[in-house]
Ligand binder design. Sequence first.
Ligand code: CO
Length: 274
Amino acid sequence: MIDRIHHVGIVVHSADEALGFFRDILGLTVTEDRVVEEQGVRGVLLALGENEIELLEPTRGDTGVARFLESRGQTLHHICFNTDDVEAELARLKGLGVELIDESPREGLAGRIAFIHPKAMHGVLVELATPPEGAHVSSEKGFDHLAVTVADYEAARQTWKQNIGLEVVNEIRPEGRGMVIGQMPSGQCIVELLAATEPDSPMAKRIAEQGERASSMVAIEVQDLDADVAKYRAKGLTLPDPAPGALPNSRTSTISADQAFGLAVQLIEFSQPS
Ligand code: CO
């Protein structure tokens, strides 16, 4: 059964340089750091509560990851979900006729892994992983939310329910933004489906320009946003002043993707317990 997000994977030019941010500035702990020859990558996992961030640095030029970096630059590559039985999930997905990249599991950084084709997931590359015994486990909250932009909200909702078992439990229509946010919990993180509800909204323009994809962003809940913004500014980063977020009772500021090796880090503070 798929029970939570395991990690988000981002492709970077240099894992060492990216560690200067994720390990040294954000303060995350490295749980894995090794070269996976078969995939032509150096992979580094960093723990963030029950979730992890995976850095993927191509070690040769003839791989999909290297081509992705060349064409898209440093950005989010995939979202990985944790399951206790990746074989069973693949059998279930095959039975549904879902297009897969891996027909059977293989060894990856996070354990026994397999990828679902992004065509089957509205443009999002999804990995499933069954970690080995003794792998990093935490009961702490990790990401607050991730977001995926979709053109057809109802179709995407059905797809995520069928393929991953996530269900929209709450819908938010922020005032004046012409969009809907469908919240799908996975463990302690929420995967948001973002769709335009008005043709001229910024979200409609974003989808027209970029297509359906996962946002290269993770949101992390903080207790004292002003203190965190001051802390990261003192470390040399540029962050905007905290401002009301799209979610109710929230204030946010963001470490931009260009300062965070392609993965924007939104800091979110809730004025009421979330
Ligand atoms: Co991965």
